[in-house]
Design a protein around this ligand. Structure first.
Ligand code: DGL
Length: 250
């Protein structure tokens, strides 16, 4: 089974990493749309156009299922894609349910791109789950650029996070949701500066498990070299150098 996975850039490699750990027997085509990254600060219609082009390309390359490893792309385009294609299309969703269910009380802070947070999909999710008004949102679009440029300077990131969180009373929060796949690269930096009682959640494993169910795949612990074709900036990469360098960062 050939699975097409894509993101605006390298954020979705964090999802690919979970996929190859749980389902190493599948074939993957990963498409990083670096020509158009970031999606999260662009108008919705523009992003829908990019996403449709990427999916059409993956399908033309033989993808039999699509995993949208991007919360922003899922938010704006998953409905339309499911109307166009008759194949399993799995999207990402900020792990709000996981965070709320894990804690009976306390607030949850959802971080994502501006486009995701202002989308209908996110608003509906929160309206459906957050009956006690425990969910707040914080856009962190700069993290996408930091990840794309491999800017993981700890001092700069500490200053950045402290400033972004400075207006919040962190004692009130029990969880932070990473609602953008690029943000996963920064988990370890966030962990260092957050109070110990705050847990960090993401939707990566949930999305891969959903893929598994949709295509009827079996989880495998077999050690096989994963079969991955990697497209970066519209071109097929003949070596795994870029891909491996990001897989190592997760
Ligand atoms: N990685 C993406 C997400 O999960 C989008 C980042 C961007 O291109 O702004 O939302």
């Amino acid at each position: 089974m050939k699975v097409g996975i894509f993101d605006s850039g390298i954020g979705g490699i964090t999802v690919l990493k979970t996929a190859i750990e749980l389902l190493p027997q599948l074939e993957y085509i990963y498409y990083s749309d670096n020509l158009h990254v970031p999606y999260g600060t662009k108008p919705k219609e523009e992003v829908i156009g990019y996403v449709k082009d990427v999916v059409a390309f993956l399908v033309s390359e033989g993808a039999e299922a699509i995993l949208i490893a991007c919360n922003t792309a899922t938010s704006v385009a998953v409905k339309e894609l499911r109307e166009i294609y008759d194949l399993p299309i799995i999207g990402m969703e900020p792990a709000v349910k996981l965070a709320l269910d894990d804690n009976a009380e306390g607030k949850v802070l959802v971080t994502a791109t501006p486009l995701s947070l202002k989308g209908e999909k996110y608003k509906n999710l929160v309206a459906h789950l957050d009956h006690k008004h425990r969910v707040d949102a914080l856009p962190l679009p700069e993290l996408v650029t930091f990840a794309e440029t491999k800017n993981f300077d700890e001092e700069m990131l500490t200053t950045y996070f402290k400033e972004k969180l400075s207006t919040l009373n962190l004692d009130e929060y029990v969880g932070i949701v990473l609602g953008c796949t690029h943000f996963i690269y920064f988990k370890k930096y966030l962990e260092k500066i957050l109070p110990k009682h705050i847990k960090i959640y993401d939707g990566n494993e949930g999305a891969v498990r959903h893929l598994k169910e949709c295509i009827g795949a079996k989880e495998s612990s077999k050690k096989v070299e994963p079969n991955i074709i990697f497209y970066y900036s519209g071109k097929k990469c003949e070596t795994r150098e870029i891909l491996d360098s990001y897989l190592k960062l997760v």
